[in-house]
Ligand binder design. Structure first.
Ligand SMILES: [Zn+2]
Length: 399
């Protein structure tokens, strides 16, 4: 099913019933008192108790079997290239594998692994527009890949950003991966991007591959991107005092990635918690990369931060859902009426010592996924990648 018309959203009426635990994605109220969700034509239309919700005329009915439903996970930092193939480790099907790890939306931080990537202004603009179009047309497995994230170069002028925005480009790739590595130039171009509605991120920390450079706290704070990309390094992190300076010196998103320094991720988490700023924490894998691709990377981050960082699991899931959706103005990531019907259904992994899914994640285990849904359409059933769930959701009517 990977490649056929994945953008289709209906018409259809999806009912998910018998939900045991409903995670909202919202830090202010991470658990909802509801056991039923209805979605029509790809959007959530009702959330509540079965007796209070009209569940008639469903085209698809899913029995969650008392397990957990959460918003589909969002990977805030990926490096796609073309379709479901990456040249970085020469892998095919990596996006579909992420779907089996619960990821339903991905944000490109630059299509930097494109063989022969153009660095002249006309070429980089053309490539960004091409990537945006191509990934919006082809969604591997149904996964929404927001791509078309140009890596800025010193020769760019304001009109280039205006032109990119008019052509549908909504993101910048990581500042620092191209020729712009100084604070003043980065700040000027990030300002142009923002003026035309283009979001920005930056490569924080030491170089990731030969040719990329060190981006320290002074450049990060001066550039003032919307997201502090991999504040825990990609992979080499800044020293703790610089990470603290960044957390305290701005109000931007604090992105923690799997392909980064785990100790620095925990330091960032504790700093943000001290500041009462956990809503700034968002998660990515920063894959494909030198350490490969991680289909379970977002789940592993949730589990690592919850267990070692001592964050209740229901809040750690917000880092990978609602926080990212809000920061990046996405219409998914939260269980709210009107949002995209993108869900992951999961349960405590078989033989995990926790007595429920939240306890098992807080003990450092991964949950087992039994279903993913994007735009109200069931995309996968029992995950081929997670440990098996104790109880699984099933389609009981419809197709
Ligand atoms: Zn990076």
């Amino acid at each position: 099913m990977a490649h056929d018309a994945p953008q289709a959203t209906g018409p259809g009426r999806l009912v998910i019933r018998n939900i045991g635990l409903l995670l909202s994605g919202a830090m202010e109220k991470p658990i909802l008192d509801a056991d039923t969700i209805v979605a029509e034509n790809g959007k959530i239309t009702a959330i509540g108790r079965a007796k209070d919700v009209d569940t008639a005329h469903a085209t698809t009915t899913v029995d969650a079997a008392g397990t957990t439903v959460a918003p589909g996970l969002i990977d805030s930092h990926v490096h796609p290239v073309a379709g479901d193939w990456t040249p970085r480790q020469n892998q095919s099907g990596w996006i579909d594998s992420y779907l089996h790890g619960g990821v339903t939306t991905m944000i490109s931080a630059g299509e930097v692994h494109m063989p022969g990537r153009p660095r002249d202004v006309v070429g980089l603009k053309a490539m960004a527009i091409f990537a945006q179009r191509a990934f919006w047309t082809l969604r591997p497995g149904g996964v929404k890949v927001h791509a078309g994230a140009p890596v800025i170069e010193c020769e760019m002028v304001e009109d280039d950003f205006k032109e990119l925005a008019a052509a549908g480009v909504k993101l910048l790739g990581e500042v620092g991966l191209g020729g712009v590595k100084d604070g003043p130039t980065a700040r000027k171009m990030v300002g142009w991007a923002r003026k035309y509605g283009i979001q920005s991120t930056i490569h924080t920390g030491g170089p990731s591959i030969p040719g990329s450079g060190l981006i320290d706290k002074d450049v990060v704070l001066e550039a003032d991107t919307d997201v502090v990309g991999h504040i825990n390094g990609g992979h080499t992190a800044l020293p703790d005092d610089q990470i603290r300076c960044i957390c305290e010196g701005c109000k931007r998103g604090l992105e923690l990635v799997h392909n980064g320094n785990e100790r620095s991720a925990l330091f960032t988490l504790r700093t943000a918690r001290e500041m009462g700023d956990l809503s700034r924490i968002i998660l990515g894998t920063d894959a494909p990369a030198g350490s490969g691709v991680q289909p379970l990377g977002i789940l592993r981050m949730v589990s690592m931060l919850s267990s070692l960082g001592e964050v209740p699991a229901e809040l750690a899931f917000c880092f990978a859902t609602g926080n990212t959706a809000r920061m990046r103005a996405l219409d998914c990531g939260l269980i709210e009426i009107g949002r995209s019907a993108d869900f992951v259904i999961m349960d405590r992994a078989q033989h995990s010592p926790g007595k429920n899914i939240l306890e098992s994640v807080q003990l450092g285990d991964l949950p087992g996924i039994s279903m993913t849904i994007i735009d109200g359409i069931v995309r996968t059933q029992r995950s081929r990648n997670t440990p098996p769930a104790t109880k699984i959701a099933e389609i009981i009517a419809g197709h």
